[in-house]
Design a protein around this ligand. Structure first.
Ligand code: ADE
Length: 227
């Protein structure tokens, strides 16, 4: 099954780097994910192609208007509705591994990148199905958040990663942080790789990895163990 992600933005060029390299590139090339970027300005009906205006009641900052967003969403859903229309905002639901897992099961997702001081509240009330934040800080726009959401979902789609196990062993799956990994050389400047990893004893290695995962989670992210 191919997942479709449509991203609505005022800055389409921001995505070209992220989406044309590494795992996101492979996900698209292998046909697991189809990403389309739409320029919101193309859906403005006025001759200046404006998409923002002053806030009613005054105050600093421009507000993204509802009309171009509604036009764009209607046009993209002419043939088939989206399963989820996400608005990126610092006051949305926090993106977690659980939420990424949930989104990876959908077929058609749209992400509207927020900008300026915000969007007309009626967009959030009537057109959006979900609001997602990628952290408690304010970004200049929703593009980075949309790229983060897309990346976190793409790696979960079956077949995207070479070894399907590797998404399952990511940190946060099972509410545990992933164990440390090492590669050659086994001794670098006297900094040694744990002996057990060189032993070839699979069961012992697995046991060590699980212990390390639990230890790390206790030390670094104890709240994950409470869930
Ligand atoms: N837009 C601005 N800040 C954001 C954040 N932290 N998460 C998602 N979208 C945002």
């Amino acid at each position: 099954m191919q997942m479709q992600i449509d991203i609505i933005t005022l800055f389409p060029n921001m995505f070209s780097g992220f989406f044309s390299e590494s795992i996101l590139k492979r996900a698209q090339e292998k046909g697991h994910m189809n990403i389309n970027i739409h320029n919101l300005r193309d859906y403005s009906l006025n001759k200046h192609k404006s998409v923002d205006d002053y806030a009613f009641g005054g105050g600093a900052g421009m507000v993204m208007q509802i009309e171009p967003v509604d036009n764009c969403l209607s046009s993209l859903q002419e043939k088939e509705p989206f399963d989820e229309i996400i608005y990126t905002a610092p006051d949305g639901d926090m993106l977690t591994q659980g939420l990424a897992n949930e989104l990876s099961l959908k077929k058609r997702i749209c992400i509207l990148c927020g900008h300026y001081k915000g969007v007309d509240e009626r967009i959030r009330q009537h057109l959006i199905t979900r609001e997602i934040s990628i952290g408690n800080y304010v970004l200049s726009g929703g593009e980075l958040a949309a790229a983060v959401i897309t990346d976190s979902v793409a790696r979960l789609l079956p077949g995207v990663l070479n070894d399907e196990q590797s998404a399952l062993s990511d940190s946060f799956q099972n509410n545990l942080i992933a164990p440390p990994v090492y590669s050659r050389p086994a001794d670098y400047k006297g900094w040694k790789v744990p002996e057990v990893l060189l032993s070839g004893h699979e069961a012992k290695i697995e046991e060590w990895r699980m212990e390390q995962s639990i230890l790390r989670t206790k030390e670094r992210r104890p709240e994950l163990l409470e869930d």
